[in-house]
Design a protein around this ligand. Sequence first.
Ligand SMILES: Nc1ncnc2c1ncn2[C@@H]1O[C@H](COP(=O)(O)OP(=O)(O)OP(=O)(O)O)[C@@H](O)[C@H]1O
Length: 284
Amino acid sequence: MAIITVQNLRKQYGDKVAVKDVSFSVEEGEIYGIVGRNGAGKTTTVECVAGLRKPDGGSIRVDADLKQQVGVQLQESMMPDKLRVREALDLYASFYANPAPVQALLDEVGLDPNVAFAKLSGGQRQRLSIALALVGNPKVAILDELTTGLDPQARRETWELITRIRDRGVTVLLVTHFMEEVERLCDRVAVISKGTVLTVDTPAGLISRSGGVQRVTFKSTVPVDSLKDLPEVHSVTVEAGQVIVTGDDNVLRAVVTALPSTAVSNIKTETSTMDDAFLALTGE
Ligand SMILES: Nc1ncnc2c1ncn2[C@@H]1O[C@H](COP(=O)(O)OP(=O)(O)OP(=O)(O)O)[C@@H](O)[C@H]1O
C-alpha cells in the first residue's frame, strides 16, 4: 500500500521552476531513493512532501501525521552554538507523543551527549541531524543527503542504522548523490532531471536497463570531444587527465578505432555500475 503519493507536483521560486511535474509513490516499509544532478529539484520535492514548502500545483498524500509521524533530516541544519547533543535530542523528543529512547539513539549514532553544537565536526553534525530525524519514532523518515560529509566507516554504520529502522517498519524517503548508497539501501529509486521524473526502477533494474553499460578509461594525448558523436558512446568525461567513456557493448572498439593508437595509453574497461547507469540516464 502506498504511504506517500505525489502527483504532478509543481513548485517554483519566483520565475525559477524547481519542480515542473513530479509524480511517484512510495510503498509502506520500503527505502525509496531520489537521485538526480545538482539542481534537479530533489530537495524541493522532499520538502514539499514533508510539508515544509507549499506546492504551486499537483497533490501530495502522506498516510501519516506530518507533525508526529514524519521525521525529517535536511541538508544543513543549524542549532544554537551552546546547545549540547543531549539537550538537542531531549528538546526534539519533547515535541513527540511517542519519542524514541534518547540514550539508545545516541548509542546508535555514536555521539557524545555532552558536546556543544559549535564543537561538533561536520560529520558529527550530520549524525546529530539523523538522530533528530529519528527521535520522534517516525513512521516515515525523510533523509536529504544522509551520508554527505561522513567518512567511509561512518557512512557504512549509517547504512546499517537505516536498514535497522526499515526492518522496524519505518518507510524511508532518501535523497542521495551516492550511487553505492542507492545500491546498498534502496528498494526503488526515482531519477529526477530538470524538475521531472525520468524513470523509476530498482537499482538492479536501472543498471540492466541502461543497456549493459561499459566503461572505458584511458589517457589520451589528443582531444576526445569527437567521441561524443559516436553512436556507441553515452558519455565522455575527463577527470584528472583520465578520459572516461561510457557506452554500449561495442564502445571499446569504437574508441580505439576513432583515436590514433599512438595517442591512447593505459586503457581499462569495466562493466556497468550504478554510477554509469545514472550518468547514462541523466545524459552526462
Ligand atoms: N529558496 C530558493 N529560492 C530560489 N531558487 C531555489 C530555492 N531553492 C532551490 N532553488 C532552485 O531550484 C532548483 C532546484 O533546487 P533543489 O534544491 O530542489 O535541487 P536539488 O536536486 O536538491 O539539488 P542539489 O543536488 O544541488 O541539492 C535549483 O535550480 C535551485 O537553484
